[in-house]
Structure formats: C-alpha cells, structure tokens
Design a protein around this ligand. Structure first.
Ligand code: TXA
Ligand code: MG
Length: 352
C-alpha cells in the first residue's frame, strides 16, 4: 500500500486535505492523525472490518480494545448507554476535562462492534482537543477508533517521523501535525458503582492527573496495575495492562535513589558498560557517555513526559546493551511517567 503523507503547518489546515482523509475513514481505510497526547491510527469505529485492519496494521492482539474518538462530549451518548448516575459523573468529567486527554469507559450500544471493543460490553470514549483530530472526526461523521499509531510493543509516536518509521506502507494517509503537546497517552477512567455509591477507577494515568480527578469526584480508586506488577494469573481491569508495552530492544533499568547517588552510579556505569542514559539536563556536564539522552530539567515533569517516548526510540537506535533512567516521582503527572517507565523497564528497578 502506498501511504500518502499530508503535512499540516501550524493552524493552516486545508479543508480539502481533511475532507480527503475523512473520505478514506468513511470508506473503511486507515488514517493516522495527531492528537494532543500521541498520534492515533484511525478507522471507522462503527465498522468491524476497519477495526480488524487497525489490529493488523499495528500487529496488535484483537482482544485489546480500541478507544473511539468523538468530536464533542455529548456524541458519546449515541454510542453508549448511561443511567442517570453515570451520566451525571460523565457530564462533570466532560465539563472539567473535555475536549482533552481523558478517556472514559462506558457500557456500549449495539452499534459499536465487538471488534472495536475487543469483545467487551464496554467502550472507551475520548474527545481530543487537537484541532486536526477534531476537524477529521467532524468531517468523517463517524466516531474514529484509534489506538496509538505505533507498531505493537514500540513506544507511542509523538511526531510523524515515528509514525512513518512504524507504519509507512500499512496505512492510507499519515497527517503530519508536528510534535504532540503532552507526549503520553490519555488518562483512562471507568465509572463504577458499589454500595457506597458511584466512583471513578483510574485505569491508566495521563495528562489529567489523579488530583485533578478528585476535584470532580470524591472517590477515585487507582487500579493496582497502574503502579504495581500484577501476579501472573491476575486479570487487569484494562486489557492493555497485560501486554508488555513501550519496550526498547535493550533492557531498561530504572535507578531509584538520591539524585547524587544515581549520578555517581551512572558515572561508574558509563566506564564499564555500553549504556544509553536518559538523564536530566543538569547532569549533562557530569556525564561523558556518547549515548546521553536528555529528558529535560530535573523538575520539569512536563518536558520529561513530552520527550520520554522519543528518547526511548533514540536509545534503541544506539548500540547500547543497556539503558539507564531515573525512576520518576509518582506525584502529579509523574504517576503517568512512572506507569509508562516501569512497563518499558518490565519492572526492573535498581536501588542505588
Ligand atoms: O491518548 C490516547 O488515548 C491515544 C490517542 C490516539 O487517543 N490512544 C491510545 O490508544 O493510547 P491505545 O489503544 O494505545 O490504548 C488504549 C487503552 C488500551 O490499554 C486498552 O486496553 C484500553 O485503552 N481500553 C480500551 N477500551 C477499553 C475498555 N472497554 N475497557 C478497559 N480498557 C479499555
Ligand atoms: Mg498504545
């Protein structure tokens, strides 16, 4: 398949380009588009065959469900069933965070095929804020099912070059909208109920933090898989959590300790090992490895989030036998970083 690349400069978006991409979606084809989190590999969310094409293009197991992307929060009601309590909480979330990097799991309507939901009775819905994503969904007139636009097991793509590396020849169109703002995938929550009432379960942390969610709902439970390793026979609440993800080829080791101790560990390691190092900008003058990959200033979690996936890809491009990085702090956006990094490292944490 010949992949067409459409470059979009800043806010200059050609209507003809968007209309062409929307037609491909409606005709059952695949279009990669930018969002504020990461790039998405999109197809018609109501078309079972389009969903199968998405799984094939990514090399993804078809029991790992897709998120459907809608143009405005209220569109979710066409594809989901919500009782009063759920609807109220959804509305609160929508008012606070949509459009934006939040995905909500809701019971699906019949029109959403099981191949989109990986066989589940629920569907994940997200209303992205990126203007290109918004224009494409609106023009397509159907919800767009889109996982991150990487080959399964690779880090999510945060710029078009990553997408081209992974999916060129496997999709009809790649819309290049430059670098993604956030750089980590959306926060995923489900709306749940028990005797004490309705509450949110945080299934995947992202740009909308735990603290922000607690401003909307008093009770937010964090799924165990977010920051811990599940037992072999333990079923995760979100199917994606059982797959190894974001995996660089060389093993990634997360160093846990005081900043100075981690730095001296790295200084010794670079003498004896062929290692790539994801380091803070402040550490650059004190390290001399050829494979230094700065992730931003120490306290700049946003920069760290934005660069992480690109740096993991770059680390793969070196001939490093091992990759070292700091174990991030779990507060605020740090929880999302922590979640992605422990999984990329297959939970290899070394105390220093
Ligand atoms: O930021 C994002 O969310 C990006 C952009 C493109 O929107 N998309 C994304 O999709 O990260 P993906 O497929 O790479 O990750 C979706 C995650 C998977 O871990 C999947 O298991 C989970 O969402 N998921 C989808 N539907 C679900 C459902 N009904 N119940 C529980 N988890 C679900
Ligand atoms: Mg993904």
């Amino acid at each position: 398949m010949q992949t067409k690349i459409i470059r979009i400069n800043g806010s200059e978006m050609s209507r003809a380009d968007v209309a062409a991409a929307a037609t491909v979606i409606r005709d059952g084809g695949l279009v990669v588009f930018p969002t504020e989190t990461v790039y998405g590999l999109g197809g018609n969310g109501l078309d079972a065959e389009a969903a199968m094409k998405i799984y094939a293009a990514k090399g993804r197991p078809s029991d790992n469900p897709l998120i459907i992307h809608v143009a405005c929060p209220e569109d979710a009601y066409q594809y989901t069933v919500t009782d009063e309590v759920t609807k109220h909480l959804y509305e609160m979330l929508a008012k606070a965070f949509m459009p934006g990097p939040l995905t909500v799991i809701l019971p699906k309507r019949e029109c959403v095929p099981y191949s989109t939901t990986g066989g589940l009775e629920t569907v994940a819905v997200r209303c992205p804020a990126h203007p290109v994503a918004h224009a494409l969904i609106e023009a397509a007139g159907v919800p767009i099912a889109a996982p991150s636009a990487n080959l399964s097991g690779k880090p999510s793509p945060t710029c078009a070059a990553h997408v081209i590396e992974d999916l060129s020849g496997r999709v009809d169109i790649i819309m290049d909208g430059g670098e993604c703002d956030i750089g980590l995938e959306s926060t995923i929550v489900s709306i749940d109920r028990d005797d004490a009432g309705a509450y949110l379960t945080l299934l995947r942390p992202g740009g909308i933090t735990y603290d922000a969610l607690t401003c909307v709902c008093d009770r937010v439970e964090i799924a165990r898989a977010v920051s811990e390793q599940l037992a072999k026979d333990e079923k995760p609440l979100s199917p994606g959590m059982k797959y190894r993800h974001y995996a660089p080829t060389a093993p990634l080791v997360l160093l846990d300790g005081e900043v100075e101790d981690v730095l001296s560990y790295l200084q010794k390691a670079q003498e004896s090992e062929i290692c790539a190092i994801l380091c803070y900008n402040e550490e650059l003058p004190f390290l001399k490895s050829e494979r230094l990959l700065p992730v931003g200033k120490r306290d700049d979690v946003e920069a760290h989030a934005k660069t992480l996936f690109a740096r993991l890809r770059e680390a793969d491009g070196t001939n490093a036998a091992i990759i070292y990085a700091h174990l991030p702090d779990k507060s605020g956006l740090g929880l999302a970083l922590y979640n992605r990094m422990i999984r990329a490292a297959a939970h290899t944490i070394q105390k220093v």
